[in-house]
Structure formats: structure tokens, C-alpha cells
Design a binder for this molecule. Structure first.
Ligand code: 4AD
Ligand code: MG
Length: 429
């Protein structure tokens, strides 16, 4: 059965479409039905004089979001966004929708989020979901082309990766387990088996943050490669982001248009050449720009916003202070107070979308760090084994899908980037 996205192939022919009516008006003898089927939107024109009494009767019963089966002839219509419309020959009502809660008037974000299961049908929301899909697909395509093997990490875990304060604890038979905060440690094992691996799945953090950048359940792609150093790691991240942005620009131009996305920063990003700033350089820039950040502090969301507005494309910040970063990051042999890590900050005020680093390869140092971070050594026994049996220099990173979607789509808040967001105050629908 044809869909709206294929309509151009059927010019002059009769087709049957299945879908929903998202709006309509009537002039007495003509109905203009605004039809959508998920693949696209088209206007259907029904003339009373050209359809059966049953079809006209069906039109008169139509309400917003009623489901329908429509037959009609595809006609060229230069004024229509798709370039075509359908001259209906028959209309069947599948289900007459009750009064749709979402109307054309302004609704607040809470109301829309409460009705997320219905709001997803809106043109902007479907455009965001299609861009999200394109990003997910191109992530996998990029890594597959480069010989990375997808080796997914578990969700139930026995230990913390990114600090112990924001773990979700769940009952696990007679014991407890934690929902994964990061699949990284397992990627260090799989990359020692396969060379280069990645995982891509849901990630959980019970951060009590009510910001536009935080979800409690988000999707993260984490890549890890044996023998890759911290600079090659940044290069790989840059190539990934360039690849994904180019793909979206090429394949999702219509959806970006629906979102009225200004493409300037995305086009600059597609050129590559992301600036790389040492942490100290970033702090001095921020100080000059009026931030009260002190050397040794982590960047707040506002700092990232101010800093990224100085550049026309994403920027790397590397060499963060060792004591504000995770236990597994390798200190710089030339500056033990700094680690060989990086964040990637998206432009236009979006801030961090990637965190990555070279990992500690030395057993004694890793054991010392686990102790300093008060992590239970038994839970990390398997992880330290990786430094006992053929330890190699290796690096990796994690890119947050929702923050990437928010930036590429130009959205205010990550809550619109995932079909059903999970946040501090939201577990439904
Ligand atoms: O910087 P993070 O915490 O890094 C890690 O988890 C590393 N283990 C990754 C690695 O090296 N394999 O998180 C990585 C990214 C962030 O840059 C951000 O994009 C996203 O995950 N992220 C969140 N996205 C939405 N809501 C949250 N609460 C997020 N926390 C992190
Ligand atoms: Mg981070």
C-alpha cells in the first residue's frame, strides 16, 4: 500500500492511503482533509458531487485525529509542501476520534508532557523523532564502516562507573543491583577481545538535576579502542560528529525545515576542524568573559553555554583536573594534576555532548585510584584483571544521544528528544 512519502510516483493514478486526519475544513460542497500517515502529510480534496453518499457521510462525521482509509487520484499541486494533493474518490471512517485533547491553542509544557502519547503525532515531534532515528542509524553506520564491533554492555550491574551518588538501586532476587550509569568498563573488556567495540543503549542516572540537559534515563553510545591514545580519541569523536551532522543535513533537510532550524552552525560543524582548548585556556577565557570559575573547578552548565557561544562549531576541552574526574582516567605523564581526557561541547550554548579519555593501563595506579575513590575492590576485580592480562594503552568516549538530538534539532530541552522522557518528576506516560 502506498504511503504519502511515495506520492510523487503515483501522479495521475488512483491510490489508497491509511492514516489519520489532523485537521479539516469544509465549504459545504467540498471537504479539505489534512491527512497524515507517519511518512508525510497531504491534503485530500473531497467534492460532494464526485463521491458516494456514504463517503460524503463519512466526511461529515470526521473529527480531528479520526482514523481513515482514503482512495483518490494523485494530482500535481505546486502550492502543497509535497507538491501533490489527492482528489478523493472514496472515504471510509475507521474510528471517529473523541475530542482530541491537544488543540491549536497554546499549551504549557506540563500539559503536553502529560499527553506525550498523543503529542508525538504533532509535525514538530515527528520531525524530531525522524532526526533522532537518522542519528542513531548513522552512529551505527559510522562505527560499522570503521570496523568497530557492537558488543553491548549489561544494564544490571554490580558497581558504579561515574561516581556512586547517582545510582539507581533495584532489587535483584535476594540482592541488589544497579542500573548501568555507563557501559564503559565492559567496553574495556570487549575491546581487549575485539580491538575496537561500542555499545549503544539506555543509561540511568538518579541525578536530582532539573535542567534542560538531564534525563534519568538516556541513551549513550560508548566506543572503546585498544592502542588508541587520547588525541586519536578526539579525532575519532570529531569524525563521528562530522559524519552524523552531514547525514542529517543530507537526509533530513525537510525535517530540519519543519523545525525552522538555523543551519549555520551545523554547516560549520560539517567542515570539521573543531578547536581544541586546554582546560587552563578555557578557564582563562571564561574569566575574561566574566565567569567566577576558579582553576580546579568543574564547568557549570552556564560556563559551557558562555564558552561555546565564542565559537562557530563544537569545541574540545582537554586536560581537566584529576580530582574532578572519574577514577579510570589516565593522568598526563607530564602533568600529574591533569588527566588525558576531553569533553566535546556543542555550539550555540548547548554544551557537553561527549565525555572521553585515555584510561589508566597500569595495574598499581588503577588499584590506588579505586581505593582513593572508596570503591569496593571486589566489584572491580574483573576490571583490574584487564590490567593483569595483556594491558595496553586504550581510550574511549561516550556520546549522549538526547543532548546530540537537542543540539542538532535546536531544541530548548532534552525532554522532546526521546519518545517518552524520564525525569526527576516524570515517569508517565
Ligand atoms: O561524561 P559522561 O558521564 O561519561 C561517561 O559516562 C563515560 N563513561 C563515557 C565513556 O568514556 N565511555 O557521560 C557521557 C555523555 C555526556 O557527555 C552527555 O552527553 C550524556 O552522556 N549524559 C546525559 N544525557 C542526558 N541526561 C543525563 N543525565 C546525562 N548524563 C550524561
Ligand atoms: Mg561528562
Amino acid at each position: 500500500m502506498p504511503s504519502v512519502s511515495e506520492i510523487a510516483q503515483f501522479e495521475g493514478k488512483e491510490i489508497t492511503l491509511k492514516g489519520w486526519i489532523y485537521n479539516f475544513r469544509s465549504s459545504g460542497s467540498i471537504f479539505f482533509l489534512q491527512f497524515r500517515d507517519g511518512t508525510g502529510r497531504a491534503q485530500i480534496v473531497i467534492s460532494k458531487s464526485e463521491v458516494s453518499a456514504a463517503a460524503w457521510g463519512a466526511c461529515e462525521k470526521i473529527t480531528i485525529e479520526s482514523s481513515v482509509l482514503i482512495t483518490g487520484v494523485v494530482k500535481k499541486e505546486p502550492r502543497a509542501p509535497s507538491g501533490f494533493e489527492v482528489q478523493g474518490t472514496s472515504v471510509t471512517l475507521i474510528q471517529r476520534a473523541e475530542e482530541f485533547p491537544i488543540s491549536k491553542k497554546e499549551h504549557g509544557p506540563d500539559f503536553l508532557m502529560d499527553n506525550r502519547h498523543l503529542w508525538l503525532r504533532a509535525a514538530r515531534q515527528t520531525a524530531i523523532m525522524k532526526i533522532r532515528d537518522e542519528i542513531e542509524f548513522s552512529f551505527r553506520e559510522f562505527f560499522h564502516q570503521r570496523g568497530f564491533v557492537c558488543a553491548d554492555s549489561p544494564i544490571f550491574t554490580a558497581n558504579a562507573v561515574e561516581g556512586t551518588t547517582d545510582l539507581f538501586e533495584v532489587k535483584y532476587f535476594d540482592d541488589v543491583a544497579y542500573l548501568s550509569q555507563s557501559g564503559q568498563l565492559y567496553q574495556e573488556a570487549t575491546s581487549a577481545a575485539l580491538g575496537k567495540t561500542y555499545c549503544f543503549g539506555p543509561t540511568f542516572r538518579s541525578e536530582k538535576s532539573k535542567t534542560r540537559r538531564h534525563l534519568t534515563e538516556f541513551w549513550m553510545l560508548e566506543a572503546e579502542a585498544s592502542f588508541m591514545d587520547w588525541q586519536e580519541n578526539m579525532q575519532l569523536q570529531e569524525e563521528l560528529v562530522v559524519y552524523v551532522v552531514r547525514r542529517v543535513l543530507e537526509r533530513r533537510a525537510d525535517d530540519l525545515k519543519i523545525l525552522e532550524r538555523d543551519l549555520t552552525a551545523l554547516q560549520k560543524t560539517a567542515e570539521g576542524n573543531f578547536p581544541r582548548l586546554h582546560y587552563d585556556e578555557a578557564v582563562s577565557q571564561l574569566t575574561r568573559l566574566g565567569s567566577d570559575i576558579k582553576s580546579g573547578d568543574d564547568f557549570g552548565g552556564d560556563d559551557e553555554t558562555i564558552l561555546t557561544k565564542q565559537f562557530d562549531r563544537p569545541i574540545f576541552i582537554h586536560h581537566y583536573p584529576v580530582n574532578i574526574k572519574a577514577f579510570y582516567m589516565k593522568p598526563d605523564p607530564e602533568d600529574s594534576a591533569r588527566v588525558l581526557n576531553n569533553d566535546l561541547l556543542a555550539p550555540e550554548g548547548y554544551g557537553e555532548i561527549i565525555g572521553g579519555s585515555e584510561r589508566i593501563a597500569d595495574l598499581a595506579l588503577l588499584e590506588q585510584r579505586i581505593k582513593e575513590h572508596n570503591l569496593p575492590p571486589e566489584a572491580f576485580k574483573w576490571y583490574t584483571d584487564l590490567r593483569r592480562y595483556g594491558s595496553v594503552p586504550h581510550s574511549g568516549f561516550g556520546i549522549g544521544l538526547e543532548r546530540t538530538v537537542a543540539w542538532i534539532c535546536g531544541l530548548e530541552h532534552v525532554r522532546e528528544t526521546i519518545p517518552f522522557p524520564r525525569m526527576l518528576n516524570r515517569l508517565t506516560p
